[in-house]
Every structure is written in C-alpha cells, then in structure tokens.
Design a protein around this ligand. Structure first.
Ligand code: BTN
Length: 233
C-alpha cells in the first residue's frame, strides 16, 4: 500500500500521532496518513509540547513493521523531511531539521516516532513550519524557522513530503545513512548532553550519534537530547 493512503484530514485534533496510533491499533493499513490544520495538544520528543497553530504542516503516518526497516526510521524520516526543506537544510541528530545553521540555528521541522512493543506498527509524526510565522510558536519562537510559504500551498508540500518519505524508506541502509551524513548539522560541533560533553563525529550504521570525548575516546549515544555549546536546546 502506498504512503498517504488512506488520508484522513482533520480541521482540528489533539495530536495527529494520537489519532494515527488509535487507527494503527484498530488495524489501519501501512501508509495511512492523518493530517490536521491545527493540533491543540501536539507532542514533541522528550515529552515536550509541540505548538501547532495553522501554518504548521502536521501529519502522522502509520507504518507496519513488515513494510519498513524500523531501525533506520528516524534516519529515513529526517532525510525525507530535510529534502523537502531544500538543499541547504541540515539535520540535528536524530531528526530535527534546521534551515539556518546560524547561532542559534532555526528549527523548521521536528519528527516524533512512536510505537508500543510488541505491536507491529510505528507512527511517524512530522511537523513542518511551512507557512507559520515563528512569532506564533510560543516558547519555540526564538529558535524556530519557517519555509515562509503561502498556507494555500500546504497540499503541495504535503505531497512532496509523502513522495520523499516513500523514497527514503525504500533506500538501502548505506544510501540513507550517506544522505543523512551529508546533512549532518552537528558534525565537528561541541556538544553537551545529560552525562557528558564532547565533539560530534557523525552517526554509526545504526543511526546512533558518535561523540569524541576530551580523552579522544568515542562513544555512541543511542537516544536522548544533545545541545550545542554554547547551550542551544
Ligand atoms: C520534536 O521536534 O520534538 C518533534 C515534533 C513532532 C511534531 C509532530 S506534528 C505531527 C505529529 N503529531 C504530534 O503530536 N507530534 C508530531
């Protein structure tokens, strides 16, 4: 079944990820897409809220384990979203998209991937600032970017996203990792995270972030959040 079919489009919803999860649990097929004009309880990674007035393009996809490679889902979703955002778009591990890598960098899209073991489904939720004015994004305003496109063009951008996600999910692992690495916005940058600090050194073949500590030793970070030094969330 192709991505984006069936497509359920809602005016207003709490979270498209929550709605997609309900549909997944009820047996929705691989590729089902739930989109909304406005989310009133949008969710981000690490338990954060995702502010979603009109102008943010929000959609969540139901993917079935049998039809995708789950280990590299965050990598593939980031590559797809970055390609929609343009040649200059960078990825902040694991899958934030920056359009302006200045200081602070401007985040234009975020991705939230959820599942519940041992279920055979994943929900890939993508929020992309297509038409929103960053000033309308509350606490995120200072570090948010936008594609600055007319709201009327949202269906076109959504079709691009579906096409790119379809493509990225079908790529062999080495190619999708290669494309991710070409857009690595953290490479060589000084980072700080929960339990340490070091310099970003790319991703390994599982998509884990490699960091080099002051002692020269490498370690890989599997999940969580890293921040640029000086501290940028
Ligand atoms: C992040 O940057 O922390 C991830 C943000 C993910 C936002 C998207 S918008 C569509 C989907 N529905 C949600 O509630 N969250 C994701």
């Amino acid at each position: 079944m192709a991505l984006g079919h069936p497509h359920i489009h809602l005016g207003k919803v709490g979270s498209t990820n929550d709605r997609a999860r309900e549909l997944a649990q009820a047996g929705a097929p691989h590729g089902t897409m739930v989109s909304a004009l406005v989310q009133t309880a949008g969710r981000g990674r690490q338990g954060r809220a995702w502010t979603n007035p009109a102008g943010v393009m929000a959609q969540s996809f139901v993917l079935r384990r049998a039809d995708c490679t789950p280990e590299l889902l965050p990598i593939a979703a980031a590559v797809a979203t970055a390609r929609v955002c343009g040649d200059e778009a960078k990825i902040k591990w694991p899958n934030d998209i920056w359009v302006d890598a200045g200081m602070p960098p401007r985040k234009v899209a975020g991705i939230l991937i959820e599942s519940r073991m041992p279920a055979d489904w994943f929900v890939v939720g993508i929020g992309l600032n297509v038409a929103v004015d960053p000033a309308d994004l509350g606490d995120a305003a200072a570090r948010a970017g936008t594609l600055g496109q007319p709201a009327s063009s949202m269906p076109v951008w959504r079709r691009r996203l579906v096409k790119e996600l379809d493509r990225a999910l079908a790529l062999p692992a080495d190619q999708v990792l290669g494309e991710w690495r070409e857009r690595d916005g953290l490479f060589g940058k000084e980072l700080v995270w929960d339990s340490g600090e070091g310099v970003a050194a790319g991703v390994d073949d599982e998509g884990h972030l490699l960091v080099r500590g002051a002692d020269g030793a490498f370690q890989s970070l599997v999940a969580g959040e890293v921040h640029l030094q000086p501290l940028v969330p």
